[in-house]
Design a protein around this ligand. Structure first.
Ligand SMILES: C[S@@+](CC[C@H](N)C(=O)[O-])C[C@H]1O[C@@H](n2cnc3c(N)ncnc32)[C@H](O)[C@@H]1O
Length: 443
């Protein structure tokens, strides 16, 4: 185990790396821990937890620094968090920031005076504007207030709590009962998911390297919301299924398992690297009924050649990711989320229109996002239905009568209501061709 001071410097190194990079924090964290292979689980957990806390409270910490005329640097933010978030006094912080080998540089006079000013102060201040107090980026404030109305504050607060770890049992390799027993034997207090039939929740913070079943492919990390979306595809053994925006295959794997290895699921994406990862995961999971297809764009010729040939098509569209802020607290502050909403909405519409061509008559199209914004969700479905004759909504209660949703016709999950990531899914069915009555039928 590292000394507390060395652990603090290591956390600061990671926080600085995340701050400098334009990439999502989870990619930087994985790369960081790969270069610190020998680090013990307890140190990893503490360092990762500190990073997540700092990302979750980023706007509030920045606000305090601006109020005291200090620059918004990772080191300054950390000092404010240790004081206001963890309630540590200047003496304790001096012992950590002691300037010894591998420990943080000793505190300057200026830093010391900041700690003194912040003593005994609460993290939330009445002068904080809503977007700072609730850690909501400016661009998302009005749309999310409109979406949630009176529930806005509760949703934003829920998004500031650490998520549980969601696991899905790969039924091609194991049963939930066995996995619950195995995880309990590891002392992890697993809970069966109440909503996802193959889901397990773990509330304890842990290093994933502790789970051998992840290595063997018997378990996959997957939020319950994602598991429900894959379940709504309702793929049957023997079906032909296209997972249009498959990425690294999170939902492809769940769908392939639902099909008990029979039939075909094609994982499509424009990102070759993600599909390569998908192939590796499919192999590990023992899913032999799946293949990948790289697309040049959402209108790739492959689609035209296979139009009307799939029983099920899932479009897990690229989106603002507003539903995943609890899990990825840095996502809300990434500039592309701010600038890209309009172009994302246009892309989603193009993907939906093109993927719909793959659905056979009588087959189903499932459109899903991890967004909480109506324009990416029900708005997108309304536009599609207005432009595309021959598709009808299959209302959620008809397919999953026991699922509690915030929308009467679609699946709509939110962190405050369901304790999952925010998810949306709509199920549409393509009409069967009308059978013309022959004179004999009429008789
Ligand atoms: C929400 S992610 C998919 C996550 C994945 N289904 C899972 O469960 O892990 C959206 C995916 O859409 C892909 N994508 C973006 N533009 C696309 C396009 N024009 N056609 C097809 N896929 C696209 C992205 O590469 C990304 O992998």
């Amino acid at each position: 185990m590292l000394t507390p001071a060395i652990q603090m410097q290591t956390a600061l190194d990671l926080i600085q790396e995340v701050d400098r990079a334009a990439r999502p924090a989870d990619a930087i964290v994985s790369a960081f821990f790969r270069t610190h292979r020998k680090m013990e689980d307890a140190d990893r957990g503490a360092i990762f937890g500190l990073l997540q806390d700092m990302l979750r409270h980023r706007a509030r910490l920045g606000w305090w620094l601006a109020r005291h005329g200090r620059s918004d640097t990772p080191r300054n933010r950390l000092l404010v968090w240790l004081t206001l978030g963890q309630g540590r006094g200047p003496d304790q912080i001096h012992r950590l920031f002691n300037g010894r080998k591998f420990a943080p540089e000793a505190l300057s006079q200026n830093e010391h005076s900041l700690l003194i000013k912040l003593q005994g102060v609460a993290l939330i201040h009445r002068d904080m504007p809503d977007e700072v107090r609730l850690e909501c980026p400016d661009w998302a404030l009005a749309p999310l207030q409109a979406r949630f109305g009176d529930g806005f504050e509760a949703e934003m607060t829920a998004m500031l709590t650490p998520p549980t770890l969601g696991l899905r049992v790969n039924t091609l390799k194991a049963t939930r009962k066995d996995m619950l027993r195995e995880l309990a034997n590891l002392g992890l207090s697993p809970e069966p998911s109440e909503v996802a039939p193959n889901g397990i929740r773990i509330r304890k913070r842990l290093s994933l390297t502790r789970l051998p079943a992840l290595k063997s492919g018997a378990l996959e990390v997957q939020d319950e919301g994602s598991q429900l979306v894959a379940g709504l595809v309702d793929a049957q053994p023997g079906d032909r299924v296209a997972d249009f925006c498959a990425g690294a295959g999170g939902k492809t794997l769940a769908i392939a398992a639902q099909m008990q290895g029979k039939g075909l699921v094609v994982a499509c994406d424009i990102n070759q690297g993600r599909l390569k990862r998908c192939t590796e995961r499919l192999r590990k999971a023992g899913a032999h009924n799946a293949q990948t297809q790289v697309l040049t764009s959402e209108t790739d010729k492959w689609i035209k050649r296979r139009k009307g040939s799939f029983d099920r098509v899932l479009v897990d569209a690229p989106c603002s990711g507003t539903g995943t802020w609890r899990r990825n607290p840095d996502a809300r502050w990434r500039p592309e989320e701010e600038q890209g909403l309009e172009s994302l909405i246009a892309l989603q519409a193009r993907i939906l229109a093109s993927a719909a061509r793959l659905v056979k008559p009588g087959g189903r199209l499932v459109y899903a996002t991890c967004s909480l914004l109506p324009e990416e969700n029900e708005g997108q479905i309304e536009t599609f239905l207005a432009k595309t004759p021959g598709f009808k909504v299959v209302p959620l209660p008809q397919i999953a009568p026991d699922l509690r949703s915030c929308h009467e016709a679609y699946l709509s999950l939110t962190p405050a209501q369901h304790d999952t990531d925010g998810f949306f899914a709509a199920v549409l069915q393509r009409d069967l061709p009308e059978v013309k009555e022959t004179p004999e039928d009429a008789e």
